[in-house]
Every structure is written in C-alpha cells, then in structure tokens.
Design a protein around this ligand. Structure first.
Ligand code: G3D
Ligand code: MG
Length: 194
C-alpha cells in the first residue's frame, strides 16, 4: 500500500485586469472544478486536487476579479496564502512593469511565510509572433530575479506550461516549508541543550 502526504495550499492569483488570470485557473482545472464567487469580495475561489512529486496537493485557488476597492478586502484575500502566481500579459509590457507593485502588495499582506513563494507568469505566448512589441522572455526573467521569484511563460489558450506553473509554485512551497521546519528543529535542539 502506498501512503501519500497530503497538503492543502491556498494560492492567490494577482496581476492587472485581462492578463489571463481566470483563463489560467480554468485551463489548469479543466471542467468539473468547484467554484464559488464571493460577491462581497469579488473573488472566485476554487479547489483542485492533484499529485505533485508523490504528494497529494489540494490547491485552493483564489482569483480576484477587477480592482480591489478596500485594503481589508486585500488582507482577507491574502490571509493564510501559501504562494502566489503573479501574471502579466507579454503583449502588454505595462503589465510587466506593474508586477513590482503586485508583488509588493503580496508581501505586505501575506502572513504565512516571511517571504511568500511567488512565480511570475508571462502569459499569452501564443501571440508572441503576432505582436512586434511584446515583452521579451529575458525581461520577465530579469524581473523575476530581482523579485526573488521563479519565472515561467504560458499560454492559457494552448495550455503550454500551465501545469508547470502550478508545479513550480508547489515545489517552491515544499522547499520553503521544509526549510522552516529544519530551522525550527535546529532552534529547538539548541534550546534543549541550553
Ligand atoms: P483576467 O482574469 O486576468 O482579467 P481573463 O483575464 O482570463 O479574463 O482573460 C482576458 C482575455 O485574454 C480573454 O479574452 C481571454 O480569452 C484572453 N486570454 C487569456 N489568456 C490568453 C492566452 O494565453 N492567449 C490568448 N491569445 N488569449 C488569452 P476575451 O476576448 O474573452 O476578453
Ligand atoms: Mg478574471
């Protein structure tokens, strides 16, 4: 018999309007996902169960619609989140510039880790050939590096790299939690010895 570890990860989607957040979520979850629209918060909230590196992972994916009007809404949105997908649209370079303020927003509200795991997603790569002034892969990569985040380019239209984006985030969360656990164990040993 095989026992898998089970994890529940609340993750949040951020980024400017129309970059493809809802499309990415829908593409990842396929048909048959459960979604609840929380009208008061303007957030969609859905579950998806999958297997990653031999672990059972249930993602609770929070997807904010439109611009959040109140800071306490943002606080509730980020509360207890384990990771974040910060999305921009490669055909709208301004949305890549805006990633800085989104990641700042995430770090100022998230309360789970000292620094929340973040994956930056450049979406709509299926349109790269058609749009001459699209954001270059290198620009997204440099931005992610400067924000200490992972980076991946996706297409919610073709499905390219959508699963990989979620897997990358899950792996970052796994490594962060095990690092914190080790640190806690070490400090505990130290206290016992003292
Ligand atoms: P948001 O949730 O970030 O606001 P949406 O964005 O998921 O609602 O997507 C905004 C528009 O971009 C939608 O077009 C959607 O179909 C399109 N879109 C999302 N991802 C991709 C992608 O990877 N490639 C392409 N070509 N289009 C994408 P409409 O026309 O329905 O508003
Ligand atoms: Mg949306």
């Amino acid at each position: 018999m095989c026992f898998m570890s089970k994890y529940i990860f609340k993750i949040v989607l951020v980024g400017d309007g129309a970059v493809g957040k809802t499309s990415i979520r829908r593409r990842y979850m396929g048909a048959g996902f459960k979604a609840d629209l929380m009208a008061t918060m303007g957030a969609d909230f859905a579950f998806f169960r999958t297997e990653i590196d031999g672990n059972e992972v249930e993602f609770q994916i929070w997807d904010l619609a439109g611009q959040p009007a109140f800071r306490n809404v943002m606080k509730a949105y980020f509360k207890g989140s384990m990771g974040c997908l910060a999305v921009y649209d490669i055909t709208q370079p301004k949305t890549l510039e805006d990633i800085d303020s989104w990641v700042q927003e995430v770090h100022s509200h998230a309360d789970t880790f000292p620094e929340l795991p973040v994956v930056i997603i450049g979406n709509k790569i299926d349109l790269r050939e058609e749009i001459p002034n699209s954001a270059k892969t290198m620009h997204g990569f440099i931005k992610a590096k400067s924000l200490n985040a992972d980076f991946i380019e996706t297409s919610a239209k073709t499905g390219e790299n959508i699963t990989e984006a979620f897997t990358t985030l899950a792996r970052q969360i796994f490594s962060k939690t095990s690092k914190l656990r080790d640190e806690w164990r070490n400090s505990h040993d130290f206290l016992k010895k003292g």
